[in-house]
Design a protein around this ligand. Sequence first.
Ligand SMILES: [Zn+2]
Length: 258
Amino acid sequence: MKRIVYLLLALLGITSLTYGFFHFHGSNAIHYVNSATLKGNHFYQNGWYYDGNDWAYVRNGHKLTRNRTINNVQYHFNQNGIQILPYRVNHQYELSANQGSTLQANNKYIILHDVGSEATGTQAASYMQRTAIPNRVYTNFIVGNNGIVYQIKRPSIVSWGAGTEANNNSAAQIELGRSQTQSGFEQDYKTYILLARDLAEKYSIPLTLDAGKADTRGLKSHLWVTQNLWGDHQDPYGYLKEHGISKKQLASDLANGI
Ligand SMILES: [Zn+2]
């Protein structure tokens, strides 16, 4: 029996090493984390680690598993310590590591957009993937098609959605794709809020909308960027209003969740 357990641990250790995420360390093989290794290869912030696909939270050198409360927020982790996200992420339209910026962004803002056309999430994501480099425009995420998150560039890497100062200071920029139905909109909107809140909590960015001037951290609309930093875009308020969501409602949903 003991031999089988060791064999299983060894297999898990080998699998894990291929991801560079775990260190084989006796009976703690699955959950032990060498933070120095992770800091070199993965985004790290306040105990959160992100390898481009999966989030993990490390406390005392070990990844948390099961249901956990971190800074008053409830999270779910599987037995390997990978967070089970409350939304679905699709990587089909993601830019490769050498496409677009390679710079690490400051965790000052998360910027909220809408796509500004009639494009659905997949249409906008596909277009962005094809044109990001020639047009020098992309965001980290597009939400659409009934609440799916399309990742274009991992969070923490600078995106090109709102001018240099906003881009360099945004942990993520999120687009909302168009929906032709109210029920589709509601699923997209709910995911948009979930994603913005989840990222803000991980980066310790305040859940305030459009508060203060350039030096105030928080969630910001593209309109706020125009008013306080640069540019002329006014999204996402026009599209949200078409579906009955006021700025006040958006602020409340971001602050409290849906
Ligand atoms: Zn915008």
